[in-house]
Design a protein around this ligand. Structure first.
Ligand SMILES: Cc1ncc(C[n+]2csc(CCOP(=O)(O)OP(=O)(O)O)c2C)c(N)n1
Ligand code: SF4
Ligand SMILES: [Mg+2]
Length: 284
């Protein structure tokens, strides 16, 4: 039997043997996130065959596709959650995870995002927030900091910024957490939790794009961006003691929400069962 090209790596069994070359640039945060996610599968000894991974279009969409050794659907830009919804409704026994970019999920795909959250569809959404459209050359996104000069805001971004986690919470998500690529162990811990819960779980991961974001903002290299995440991150508990002024430009990290609400797929299954029972009662 041919040896797996990553045979020495502890997570090699989760990576498709034929897909070992990443599309992402050196220093990109996407690799850190990929590894942190797969580590959670490994620590929980989960079977990848129980999962369907879905991504849209963008650099972050290359995290699961084609690398994760499972069923992976690489869909169209902005439609990952729509495809994931279809999978979950058609095959409710499969666990569905969307991994895609901030533009994909909150710009073109924003409506799918808020309604999936509102419906509390049983799926995990990992939104890789690099504050830019990375793959297409650094155009501004709804997450691009105010004032930032980008390819499409040569005089500085004049638009206000989405807070993705708060958007998910306001739309009805039942679990929301935010981390950065400076926090891989925390990402794994959070991932292990959401892999074991039901409902719409959203993890926002701030991730460095040194190529399209770092060098244009002047923040610089991947290392400097990670240092910036480290410097600006503040825990949920600490943030509660800080004023809005103190929190300005800080990144609140940790678990932001964990509540229970009816899950759409469970409700649907219950209605189906009830209808079938009624039908059997009539026929019998
Ligand atoms: C309907 C449609 N509109 C626009 C595009 C071009 N496009 C591809 S990826 C992308 C943005 C990617 O940004 P994001 O989702 O943040 O992912 P990143 O590359 O930053 O990880 C755009 C605008 C497209 N492929 N399809
Ligand atoms: S352009 Fe940015 S987000 Fe895309 S792979 Fe390169 S570093 Fe990562
Ligand atoms: Mg992006």
């Amino acid at each position: 039997m041919k040896e797996h090209p990553l045979a020495e790596h502890p997570l090699h069994r989760y990576v498709r043997p034929s897909a070992v070359q990443t599309a992402n640039c050196p220093g990109c945060g996407n690799g850190t996130a990929a590894q942190a996610i797969l580590r959670a599968f490994d620590e929980l000894a989960l079977d990848m065959d129980d999962f369907v991974f879905v991504s849209g279009i963008g650099c972050a969409a290359w995290i699961p596709s084609p690398f994760f050794y499972a069923d992976v659907l690489h869909t169209t830009h902005g439609r990952a959650i729509a495809f994931a919804t279809g999978i979950k409704l058609g095959a409710p026994d499969r666990k569905v995870m969307v991994i895609s970019g901030d533009g994909d999920i909150t710009a073109i795909g924003g409506n799918h995002f808020i309604h999936a959250a509102r419906r509390n569809i049983d799926m995990i959404v990992v939104c890789m927030n690099n504050g830019i459209y990375g793959m297409t050359g650094g155009q501004m996104a709804p997450t691009t900091p105010f004032g930032l000069v980008t390819q499409t805001s040569p005089y500085g971004n004049i638009e206000n910024v989405f807070d993705i986690s708060r958007l998910a919470e306001a739309a009805g998500a039942t679990y929301v957490a935010r981390w950065t690529t400076y926090h891989p162990r925390q990402i794994t811990r959070t991932m292990k939790k959401v892999l074991q819960r039901r409902g719409f779980s959203m993890i926002e991961i701030l991730s460095q794009c040194p190529v399209q974001f770092g060098r244009k903002t002047g923040i610089g290299s991947a290392t400097e961006m990670l240092e910036d995440y480290k410097r600006r991150s503040v825990s949920v508990a600490k943030a509660k003691e800080m004023s809005p002024e103190e929190l300005e430009s800080r990144i609140v990290v940790g678990e932001l929400l964990d509540i229970e609400k009816p899950v759409l797929t469970d409700e649907l299954a219950a209605r189906r069962r009830k209808l079938e029972e009624e039908r059997e009662g009539r026929n019998g």
